[in-house]
Ligand binder design. Structure first.
Ligand SMILES: C[S@@+](CC[C@H](N)C(=O)[O-])C[C@H]1O[C@@H](n2cnc3c(N)ncnc32)[C@H](O)[C@@H]1O
Length: 214
């Protein structure tokens, strides 16, 4: 059992949202749009080129029609999990997809030790139980696997948790680092990959311990 389940590590009000209605309604219609500027997408793609080893099995969590992975990078399985089927069908990088609401069910529909890398791009602010979700993510990753949680400064305001409205960018990075710590990741660190122009790109990274302590 992790610490969050033992005690309330984070204030409950952090996780309130202006729109508490089921996420399925909000994501019913596809949005074939980019959520960050082209320069920022390019910076993220360049980051993934280094971060994701060749032939890695990858999970793109909170995925849409675009995963930002380099087109020429040979990968193994690329699984996408998100809320809108049309967007996921339209994502040419995915080898498989599933529609799954992480705010209703934080358990991931994958076998243990399935993935080498997990990506969460400009979406962590929509999770109301991030530690539970990230604990589940950790359990489907291989030992020494890594997660990259990329963030910027845009969001769907009514669906983002209150903490992302009230905290500064630095505090948000610290909060997401704390989510990873509580979920059992180690070697947690922050890298600023913001391009010279365009939306900022802040990435928090974590590693699955060699000895899985489930
Ligand atoms: C701002 S978009 C980002 C999409 C994509 N990762 C990107 O980088 O462009 C937010 C994504 O989070 C996903 N999402 C939001 N709430 C979710 C939930 N409750 N469960 C699973 N995915 C969710 C949506 O499907 C949507 O694709």
């Amino acid at each position: 059992m992790n610490r969050l389940m033992d005690e309330n590590v984070f204030p409950e009000e952090y996780f309130r949202r202006a729109d508490e209605s089921p996420d399925g309604n909000f994501y019913l219609a596809p949005r074939f749009v980019a959520h960050i500027d082209p320069e920022t997408i390019e910076a993220l793609t360049q980051f993934y080129r280094e971060f994701v080893p060749l032939k890695a099995d990858v999970l793109d969590l909170m995925s849409s029609w675009i995963s930002h992975l380099p087109e020429d990078q040979t990968l193994g399985r690329v699984a996408g999990l998100g809320m809108n089927e049309e967007e996921l069908v339209g994502n040419a990088r995915l080898t498989e997809y599933v529609v799954h609401d992480l705010n209703r069910d934080h358990e991931l529909p994958y076998a243990p030790s399935s993935f080498d890398r997990v990506l969460i791009s400009v979406s962590i602010q929509y999770l109301v139980k991030p530690v539970e979700v990230l604990s589940s993510v950790r359990s489907v990753m291989r030992p020494e696997g890594q997660i990259a949680i990329a963030m910027s400064h845009r969001c769907f305001p009514t669906k983002a948790i209150a903490a992302f409205h009230s905290l500064s960018p630095r505090e948000r990075m610290e909060l997401v680092s704390a989510f990873l710590f509580e979920a059992g990741f180690e070697e947690i660190r922050f890298v600023d990959q913001s391009p010279a122009t365009g939306d900022p790109l802040w990435i928090v990274l974590g590693t699955v311990p060699l000895e899985l302590n489930l």
